[in-house]
Design a protein around this ligand. Sequence first.
Ligand SMILES: Nc1ncnc2c1ncn2[C@@H]1O[C@H](COP(=O)(O)OP(=O)(O)OP(=O)(O)O)[C@@H](O)[C@H]1O
Ligand SMILES: [Mg+2]
Length: 236
Amino acid sequence: MADPYLIGDAMTGGYGGADILHDCTISVERGEIAVIVGPNGAGKSTAMKAVFGMLQLRKGMVRLDGTDITGLSPQARVRAGMGFVPQTGNIFPGMTVEENLEMGAFIRDDDISDTREQVFDLFPILRDKRAQAAGELSGGQRQQVAVGRALMTKPKVLMLDEPTAGVSPIVMDELFDRIIEVARTGIPILMVEQNARQALEIADKGFVMVQGRNRYTDTGKALLADPEVRKSFLGG
Ligand SMILES: Nc1ncnc2c1ncn2[C@@H]1O[C@H](COP(=O)(O)OP(=O)(O)OP(=O)(O)O)[C@@H](O)[C@H]1O
Ligand SMILES: [Mg+2]
């Protein structure tokens, strides 16, 4: 069977103390959206950071398009085609929207104006607010800046850690629509979501993580239909 496009495979490790991840696997296939859900502190962000090369694994590996990238730095992973929007600190609040997008393109030395226009087409509000400090925007708009910034490197795969954190249900729906739009352009998306039910509705594949381990892995649809998953993780 072919490898998923991006996989953190049987990852064990942590931040130097006790292991946080225990034989944890997350992945996304070409053309798909994969969603990771689970309680606070389950290790979702840690798993994402591990896939992006921000922590040392004791066991397991990360493969991108079939290539072992376990030893690569985060910067090298960006060059290899990975875009990552972390859960916190994902924008430069003192810089304008436009400067944030320019910072996102740091690895590029070609003309970035077409990509910037694509980001503005995806998130039109950012075009209007391009000269405004990103820190002055609403929560939903800041998340658009963060996603837009990651798109500036023209990634081949996009990793999002709680892209809808702290936004209203309407803004959440809009963000999910934009994420689906990005996925349809051919960029697979691996994302952590607190809004588990809504996220699984748009997920081709879902991972339920508990205490650093995989608890359930299935299609989004199957997880939504599973009475045990519903009872324990989706509020019934
Ligand atoms: N930088 C760090 N150094 C040491 N321990 C950390 C660090 N970041 C997280 N942890 C610990 O790792 C565990 C998993 O945290 P993590 O942030 O990955 O969970 P999460 O599933 O993303 O939670 P949330 O839903 O709240 O975002 C927690 O016990 C946390 O205290
Ligand atoms: Mg987290």
